[in-house]
Each structure stands twice: as C-alpha cells, then as structure tokens.
Write a protein that binds this ligand. Structure first.
Ligand code: UFG
Length: 326
C-alpha cells in the first residue's frame, strides 16, 4: 500500500512509519515539525508541511495515489486545551477538515484517525466499551469527538471510510531501541518517572493519593506503542479490503496505578528516586481502562506487549540513550 502518515515525525507517528515500512508499504510522512523531529522519520519519504496548506495537499495527492491516510498530527495536552481552545479547534478540527476535504477531492477513501479516551469524559463505568456515552469534559476531548462526527457525516455523504482508534495511555518505545517518546514539555507519567530514574529529574510527584482506588492513586491503561500501531495497520487493511467505517476503544484492558508504575520503573531501572505527593490534577478520573474486545474480535488485533514491565523496559532503553536523541 501507499500510505501518507500525517504527523509521522511525532512519538506515535514515527513508530507507525517504521512499522509500515517494515511491512513492505511505501510510506510518506507529512509533518510541520512543530512537535515532531526530522530525525525521528527513519523510513520512507519526508515532506515538511502543514495540513492547513491546501496547495501542498493538492500537490501531494495529485502526485501520489495514496491508498490511505493516517492522521497523528494533533495537539494533545488537556490542560493546554482548556487555556487555548482556539488553538485546539483550529488544528485538531479545522485543519483536519482541510485534510479530509482534499482527500475527498482526490478520491482517497481510507482514513485512520487517532482519537482518544478523552472523548468519553468522566467514566460512568469501567472498563469503557464503545457503548459508553461520549461526553468530553475539555476542549481536547471535544475536538477529537467533533472529528469522529465529521467522519461519520463524510462517510454518509462522500463515501470516505475511516477507522477511529480511541487511545487510552500510549506508552513504551520501539523494541529495537531506535525510536521513543520525546515530548517537550513532557507531561506523561512513564517518561517523567524514567527521567527521575535516570537522574534527569530530581523526583516525581504523584498527583493525588486520595482517589477511590486500592492504593489511592489513579489507574490508567497503558498500551505499548507497537500494539497501538499494529491496530492502525489492521484498520487500514480492513478499509482497503472494502470494510466499512468503525470506531474502537484501544487499550491493554489492564489498569495500573501510579504507584505500580513507579515500583516497576524502580525495578526495571535498578535505581531509586524520591517520590513526592502533590494535589490532584484537574480533570483526572480515578480509573480509565479500555474494553478492547470489539477491536480484538473484529480486526483480529492481538496486543503483544501487555506486561507493564515490558512497556517500561522499552521506554527505559530509550531514556538511557537520551544523549543520542536530545
Ligand atoms: N501523573 C502524576 N504525576 C506526573 C504526571 C502524571 O501523578 O508528574 C498522573 C496523572 O495525574 C494521571 C496519570 O499519572 O493520573 C497518567 O497521566 P498522563 O498525563 O501520563 O496521562 P493521562 O491519563 O492524563 O492522559 C492520557 C493521554 C491524553 C488523554 C487522556 C485522557 O495522554 O492525551 O489520557 O484519555 F487525553
């Protein structure tokens, strides 16, 4: 297949580009490098540019007959989205529509969309399946749900087929050690904990220890980056084979608390570090765990790296190489 990966220079996109290339597909990355890194794109073609640039999209889509587009180019910070909603709706919704319009114009029918658990808002029950009401509680979640809605309408009107994958907590790194997580600023738990383990940070602060969970800290569903990417590939294969549009929740199905993550990080790294307790962070549900039964049943997805220790081991190998990528 010929695949365009939008946001292929970012954390998830760069792993996707590698997986597509290794599977024998012709991959092109389009990335404006606002949050990605040119040197993270180790496979395929690279085009620097923005999905807001209609002329560039028209040129790309005229020159290459892509079988599908995977879209990873979003802003992802919940707190920032509350402070700067315009930025989130502009990039995550308006610019995505520009991309979809160009696809429709050029007859490119298959789209894989990075959605999020944040489209559900405060969980009414866990594990969260696809029937759970979608009531986002922040602009980030709203922006992703709006695109899911646009996709349903574009399918109906224009026949654009899509698979939306609602990620829970993407984590880990390339098992071969070539790629990893590189956000600036880093806000995610596992990379921050590993920075404390390597001595790049002095300590880690747990945001709240008084939740209604067994050890009082929040429970999340960490899914290995390669398992996440393999679902995207299955989604595209499903669409290219003529399958209809779908939306799936995607996680490990297994929840781990913040304290469990910290304990495993200490074990994997062999290093001790200070753990502080701070106040709760706004908008953090106590427990977010995915029910991925539908994805497994319908696309035959089988997560390979389900153990938290393995996920953290791969992230730790990447953290240890910080001098080579920072
Ligand atoms: N946490 C800490 N200390 C830190 C950082 C995080 O205690 O220094 C806690 C958070 O409060 C949360 C847990 O660790 O309870 C995980 O936090 P992350 O920021 O790593 O991940 P989130 O669960 O908040 O975010 C993820 C995705 C978002 C998505 C959100 C809701 O990264 O894009 O799930 O689905 F919006």
């Amino acid at each position: 297949m010929k695949v365009l990966v939008v946001g292929g220079a970012g954390y998830i996109g760069s792993h996707m580009v590698k997986m597509l290339d290794k599977a024998g597909h012709a991959v092109t990355t389009l990335d404006n490098l606002s949050n990605g890194y040119r040197d993270a794109v180790k496979y395929g073609e690279f085009v620097e540019g923005d999905i807001a640039d209609e002329a560039l999209l028209n040129q790309l889509f005229s020159d290459t007959g892509f079988d599908g587009v995977m879209h990873f180019a979003s802003y992802i910070q919940v707190g920032e989205s509350v402070e700067k909603p315009s930025m989130y709706y502009r990039n995550n919704v308006s610019n995505t529509q520009t991309l979809l319009d160009a696809m429709v114009e050029h007859g490119i029918k298959n789209f894989i969309f990075s959605s999020t658990a944040a489209t559900f808002g405060e969980p009414e029950y866990t594990p969260i399946d696809e029937k759970h009401p979608q009531k986002p509680i922040n602009p980030y979640g709203h922006s992703k749900l709006m695109v899911e809605q646009i996709l349903a309408d574009f399918d109906h009107a224009y026949g654009l087929k899509s698979v939306s994958l609602r990620y829970f907590n993407a984590a880990g790194a390339d098992p071969e050690g070539e790629l990893g997580e590189r956000h600036v600023p880093e806000t995610h738990l596992i990379p921050l904990v590993l920075q404390a383990a390597s001595g790049r940070r002095q300590n880690i602060t747990i945001f709240g220890e008084d939740y209604d969970t067994p050890d009082g800290t929040c429970i999340r569903d960490y899914i290995h980056i390669n398992d996440l990417c393999s679902a995207h590939l299955l989604g595209l294969e499903h669409l290219v084979a003529g399958g209809d549009s779908r939306a799936y929740n995607m996680g490990n199905g297994q929840g781990y608390s913040i304290k469990e993550v910290i304990d495993v990080a200490k074990k994997v790294s062999g290093n001790d570090f200070d753990v502080l307790t701070g106040p709760r962070r706004d908008g953090d549900p106590a427990r977010l765990v995915a029910d991925s039964t539908l994805l497994q049943a319908e696309l035959d997805w089988k997560p390979e790296y389900t153990e938290l220790e393995m996920i953290i081991q791969h992230a730790w190998e990447w953290e240890k190489k910080v001098d080579s990528w920072q």
